[in-house]
Design a binder for this molecule. Structure first.
Ligand code: IDP
Ligand code: MG
Length: 140
């Protein structure tokens, strides 16, 4: 398995409930290393740009409003098979379908306010990481 990097976001529903440390512990326990991390309040334009692929979806406006409703923690995770590993630790988008012990099963409030984001492919991870971080921000 190759060492990969992926973008993770701890979403506003989780920062609001002070869950950053517990989510980071779940990521680290799964073997992912947090090699960059920043707490930020996204602008509407940043949220719309990040989720541009979902622009045509009925939930797009609500999703962008949610993602700008409070601080998020953007982070780069590194490890063996990091993209798939992070998706596994996060669990399914709809937490009612997520496996026990996953971040979303444990913490999500709804299908929208589902506590965490993770890139869905190594290629998308590269673009998503570059959206938030300069190469010099990432210390592996
Ligand atoms: P993912 O985050 O598991 O990759 P995506 O399909 O890429 O799921 O959707 C991006 C985000 O949009 C989800 O994490 C969730 O916050 C929100 N979302 C997805 N589907 C729905 C929906 O049916 N209703 C409301 N929000 C949704
Ligand atoms: Mg996605």
């Amino acid at each position: 398995m190759a060492i990969e990097r992926t973008l993770s976001i701890i979403k506003p529903d989780a920062t609001r409930r002070n869950l950053t440390g517990r989510i980071n512990a779940m990521l680290e326990e799964a073997g992912l290393r947090i090699v960059a991390q920043r707490r930020v309040r996204l602008t509407r334009a940043q949220a719309e740009g990040f989720y541009a692929v979902h622009k045509a979806r009925p939930f797009f406006d609500s999703l962008c409003a949610f993602m700008t409703s409070g601080p998020v923690v953007v982070q780069v995770l590194e490890g063996d098979d990091a993209v798939a590993k992070n998706r596994k630790v996060m669990g399914a988008t709809d937490s009612s379908k997520a496996d026990a012990g996953t971040i979303r099963k444990t913490f999500a409030e709804s299908i929208e306010a589902n506590s965490a984001h993770g890139s869905d492919s190594a290629e998308n991870a590269k673009g998503e990481i570059a959206y938030f971080f300069a190469g010099t921000d990432i210390v592996g």
